[in-house]
Design a protein around this ligand. Structure first.
Ligand code: PLP
Length: 376
């Protein structure tokens, strides 16, 4: 906030040559350095965007078009059904309008991607694949994908890889240079910046086709006068999110483990999703058989507790979580879940209050015909 407020006091188009423009250009470029430093990228690889959705759209469509222009046969996009809709929907658009084909990597019941399946897809369709896009951390279950392994496999065939790293930054070590990725998406509000800013990190040796055309700012990938106040808040937030990551995650892991243990003790039918899988420490995801997510959310809200079910972006149209369905859960259980995200301000008393609230409201959230299915 401090960075944002300071920048809002400065006026000037960062592309102008006058002094005011040079001042705001300096603010923008400092922000670029901060983001680059936080995610192990070169400063020239940071393209500021309006958020994660734009970054994902630019990556998917831009890389697809660039690959397709070089070789018309490259029409296949390899991804997974557990991705966020901000990624799945641009891919669907390419299928509908540009004749793209999607191949989904198999997902296990634990939420882990089957990288042997990826290997098989890559070797059998290598000449037709335009790109691979797999998220670093799943925003619902918190499951982590071994992105370095993914890029190692794709590199054998010279196939570019994009990753939606929005749920990863500040929670797992992210180093763009070491990852082998061609592009990576970041969203500001997931790292503590205001809503409406993000970035696409694009390797220097790759030129995606731009979605926007105009003044040619941001390597020609994001025409339009640059939003230096939001960029500077993204820079500050990224820096902060990575600087205390280790200490914060270990504190939040204790609270997360407490929440899971106490809930399962008090509500034995509750099941922790992806419990034994490699997952981030600040995220708890549970299925409450016999309930509906929107009932749980409503009753918890009345207790003053804010949590989500699927993606918050879709919470207005709550249905079964497509992520849980992709993991093989029946719709009934995929619409009976809660995602609890702990942040740097979450305290032990917040965790205790949440545990009390869920135990209190759970009986009221049970729907008339209780599920007899097992969530395991
Ligand atoms: C994993 C993931 N990808 C993409 C998005 C969309 O990002 P934005 O809301 O910045 O457009 C979100 C939203 O939070 C997300 O969690």
């Amino acid at each position: 906030m401090q960075a944002l407020n300071g920048a809002l006091e400065q006026l000037g188009n960062p592309s102008s040559v006058h002094g005011h423009g040079q001042n705001t250009r300096a603010i923008l470029e400092d922000a670029r350095d901060q983001v680059a430093h936080a995610v192990g990228a070169n400063r020239s690889e940071i393209v500021f965007t309006s958020g994660g959705t734009e970054a994902n759209n630019q990556a998917i469509k831009g890389i697809y078009w660039a690959q397709n222009r070089k070789n018309k046969a490259r029409k296949v996009i390899v991804t997974a059904a557990t991705e966020h809709h901000a990624l799945l929907d641009p891919i669907d658009w390419l299928v509908e309008h540009e004749g793209a084909e999607v191949i989904n990597v198999a997902v296990g019941s634990s939420g882990m991607l089957d990288l042997e399946d990826l290997e098989q897809i890559l070797s059998s369709r290598s000449e037709e694949i335009a790109l691979v896009s797999l998220m670093w951390v799943n925003n619902e279950t918190g499951v982590i994908t071994d992105i370095v392994r993914v890029t190692e496999l794709a590199k054998r065939y010279g196939i570019p890889v994009h990753s939606d790293a929005i749920a990863a930054i500040g929670h797992v070590p992210v180093d763009f240079a070491e990852s082998g990725l061609t592009a990576m998406s970041i969203s500001g509000h997931k790292v503590g910046a205001p809503i409406g800013v993000g970035a696409l990190v694009v390797a220097r040796d790759f030129s995606p086709v731009s979605l926007l055309h105009g003044g040619g700012q941001e390597r020609g990938l994001r025409s339009g006068t640059m939003n230096y106040p939001l960029a500077t808040s993204l820079g500050a937030a990224c820096q902060e999110a990575v600087s205390d990551r280790v200490e914060r995650q270990s504190r939040l892991k204790q609270l997360r483990d407490l929440i899971e243990t106490e809930i399962v003790r008090a509500i034995p039918s509750a099941v922790v999703t992806a419990r034994d899988t490699d997952r981030v420490d600040h995220n708890a995801h549970l299925i409450f058989p016999g309930t509906q997510s929107d009932n749980l959310l409503f009753l918890l809200d009345q207790e003053g507790v804010s949590v989500s079910a699927g993606s918050a972006c879709q919470a207005g149209v709550l249905g079964a979580s497509h992520v849980l369905v992709a993991m093989g859960h029946p719709e009934e259980l995929a619409s009976a879940c809660l995602r609890i995200t702990l942040g740097h301000t979450t305290t032990a008393s917040d965790a205790e209050r949440f545990i009390e609230a869920i135990i209190k409201i759970h009986p009221g959230a049970l729907v008339a015909s209780q599920s007899t299915q097992s969530a395991n």
